[in-house]
Design a protein around this ligand. Structure first.
Ligand code: 6CS
Length: 316
C-alpha cells in the first residue's frame, strides 16, 4: 500500500532527511511505498496532525511546539534549561527514555496516534532585530513562538511579548515588523533565510528543538507483526542516520549565514549572562506543573530521571 507521511519542513531539511531515510528503508524491504508531503502541501502542523488522527494520512512529523496544545504533557520538551546540551547524551536519551517511549507514547495512544520516534533537531537560537544579552533586551520585543501555551509562558518570563504563530506566518511577520524575533535551530535559520529578516543570533543554551513522528493508531494496530517490525526498523535506521547527519550541521549552517550576510552578529551568552534566563525558567517550571497537574509532574520527574540516566551512561 501507499503510506502518506507529512512533515513540517522541506525535503532537504532535517525532518525531510529523516523521512527520506524512513521511506528508503520501507521501500527496500517491502512492497509498500511512502509518499512524503513537505511543509505547505497539506497545511500547518495542526492540520497535518488532525489528518493523521483521522487516518487521511498514515504518518505525521509534528513537533511538541505544536502538539503540546493537544497533549499538554509534551510541553516538557519546551521547558528551558531542562534538556541536556551534549548531543551524545541527547541521542541516547530519546532512544532509551521510558518516559518518552512508554508514558508519553500512552498519551499519544489516547489521541489515536502511535508514537513512532522522537528526535532532536539541534540547539535552538534566538534571531532578533536588536541584540539580546539579557531579558531587558527582550522588553517590548514581539517574539514569535510555536503555538503551545508553555512557549508563551517561557518568552513572557524571558521578558519578551510572546506571539504564538504557525510557521507559515513567521517570515512575513518578521519582514513586516509585526514580530521582532523568533527561535529555531541554526540549520533552519539558514535554510528558511530567517537571517534575511533578523540581524542578530543569540545562543542562550536554553533548549534543543525536539520533533516527533507518529502514525495513525488504527492504521498501525491493523498492520501485520511483520509490518510493525518494519516500521520500527525503518525508524531505527532513520534515527541513527539523522543523529549522524546533524554532526557539524550547525557550524556549516552558521558559516553559510555569515557568508550570505557578514553583518549578522553571533553572540554566545556567558554563564553569567544566562543566569537571569535560568532564573526565569523556574517560574516556567511552576507553570508547567500548574497546566498539567499530577500527570505532568510525573512526566517531568521521569523525564529528569531519564536524562540523568543517559548522562551517567554516556558521560561515564
Ligand atoms: O518554528 C517552526 O515552526 C518550525 N521549526 C522547525 C525546526 N521545524 C518545523 C517547525 O514548524
Amino acid at each position: 500500500a501507499e503510506w502518506k507521511y507529512a512533515i513540517e519542513e522541506a525535503l532537504e531539511e532535517v525532518q525531510g532527511v529523516y523521512a527520506t531515510k524512513f521511506k528508503e528503508h520501507i521501500e527496500a524491504n517491502s512492497d509498500h511505498t511512502v509518499a512524503i508531503f513537505p511543509f505547505g502541501t497539506l497545511g500547518e502542523s495542526a492540520d497535518t496532525t488532525e489528518l493523521a488522527q483521522m487516518g487521511a494520512i498514515q504518518f505525521v512529523d509534528a513537533s511538541p511546539g505544536f502538539t503540546g496544545s493537544l497533549i499538554p504533557e509534551l510541553q516538557v520538551f519546551l521547558m528551558p534549561y531542562v534538556l541536556p546540551e551534549d548531543p551524545a547524551v541527547l541521542a541516547d536519551f530519546y532512544k532509551t527514555s521510558s518516559t518518552i517511549n512508554e508514558d508519553l507514547a500512552g498519551l499519544y495512544d489516547a489521541q489515536n496516534l502511535h508514537l513512532v520516534d522522537m528526535f532532536p533537531e539541534g540547539e535552538v537560537v534566538m534571531t532578533t532585530k536588536e541584540p539580546v544579552t539579557s531579558p531587558a533586551d527582550l522588553e517590548g520585543v514581539k517574539f514569535r513562538v510555536m503555538t503551545t501555551p508553555l512557549l508563551v509562558e517561557t518568552y513572557n518570563a524571558f521578558g519578551a511579548t510572546a506571539t504564538p504563530l504557525p510557521w507559515g506566518e513567521t517570515f512575513s511577520g518578521l519582514q513586516l515588523n509585526m514580530i521582532q524575533g523568533q527561535e529555531n535551530p541554526m540549520f533552519f535559520v539558514e535554510s528558511t533565510k530567517m537571517y534575511e529578516v533578523t540581524d542578530h543570533i543569540t545562543f542562550t543554551g536554553h533548549n534543543t528543538f525536539t520533533t516527533a513522528v507518529a502514525a495513525n493508531k488504527s492504521f498501525y494496530d491493523g498492520l501485520s507483526d511483520e509490518d510493525k517490525a518494519l516500521v520500527t526498523e525503518a525508524a531505527d535506521a532513520a534515527y541513527d542516520y539523522i543523529i549522524d547527519y546533524q554532526k557539524g550541521l550547525e557550524d556549516e549552517a552558521l558559516a553559510k549565514i555569515q557568508e550570505a550576510k557578514p553583518s549578522m552578529t553571533v553572540t554566545r551568552l556567558t554563564d553569567e549572562q544566562r543566569e537571569p534566563f535560568r532564573k526565569a525558567a523556574e517560574q516556567v517550571r511552576e507553570k508547567f506543573v500548574e497546566m498539567t497537574g499530577d500527570s505532568g509532574k510525573a512526566v517531568l520527574d521521569g523525564f529528569e530521571a531519564d536524562i540523568k540516566a543517559s548522562q551517567e551512561r554516556v558521560g561515564g
